[in-house]
Design a protein around this ligand. Structure first.
Ligand code: HEC
Length: 159
């Protein structure tokens, strides 16, 4: 038994020949020797400025009529007004406990923002605001945007 164990040991050691060259597989050199500076870009790469412009916003396929705005008003009252305020000035009752103030929808940046931006913020949230994608359907989100546009058309009534 002991003999067999010794034999096994000897075989194991013999099978592990460390005398040859170390099994190193070096990477290809990053640059040919003597060449410094930028390398050629890989095939298919395009300069950032030359890349085709991507439309960053989803289109709004829903009509923004008065019916939509009226439905949007109801949804807004439930889902948005607590923070953004009834007239969209960013002064809802929950405002006091938020670490970041909700912006006013009368802010020129949001007046000029395309529908797609508003749709995306409602669906996915932005900054500390969480998204409503799972609670408000796509047509409902468009209704809310129709109402936001109506609020904006009415103008800033906070001053
Ligand atoms: C719990 C409070 C809260 C609720 C509810 C809420 N928001 Fe907000 N919202 C915020 C805050 C806070 C910000 C600013 C977030 C930041 O910049 O970090 C914000 C930002 C926004 C912005 C501006 C995005 C930008 O470009 O800066 C829009 C548009 C917006 N909310 C729309 C809505 C709509 C529409 C609803 C209802 C579906 C809604 N929010 C519900 C708190 C809220």
């Amino acid at each position: 038994m002991r003999r067999a164990a010794l034999l096994l040991c000897a075989l194991a050691v013999a099978g592990c020949d460390l005398s040859g060259p170390a099994p190193v597989r070096p990477y290809d050199p990053a640059r040919p020797p003597g060449v410094s500076g930028a390398m050629d870009p890989p095939d298919g790469a395009v300069a950032m400025e030359a890349a085709a412009p991507v439309n960053p916003y989803p289109a709004n396929p829903y009509p923004a009529d008065w019916d939509a705005a009226a439905r949007g008003a109801d949804l807004y009252r439930v889902f948005c007004a607590p923070c953004h305020g009834a007239a969209g000035h960013g002064d809802g009752p929950v405002r006091t406990i938020l670490s970041v103030a909700p912006p006013s929808f009368h802010d020129p940046r949001l007046r000029e923002a395309p529908d797609g931006h508003l749709l995306r913020v409602i669906e996915h949230g932005r900054g500390i605001m969480y998204g409503y994608g799972s609670r408000v359907t796509a047509p409902e989100r468009a209704d809310i945007v129709a109402f936001l546009r109506a609020l904006q058309a009415k103008g800033d009534t906070s001053r």
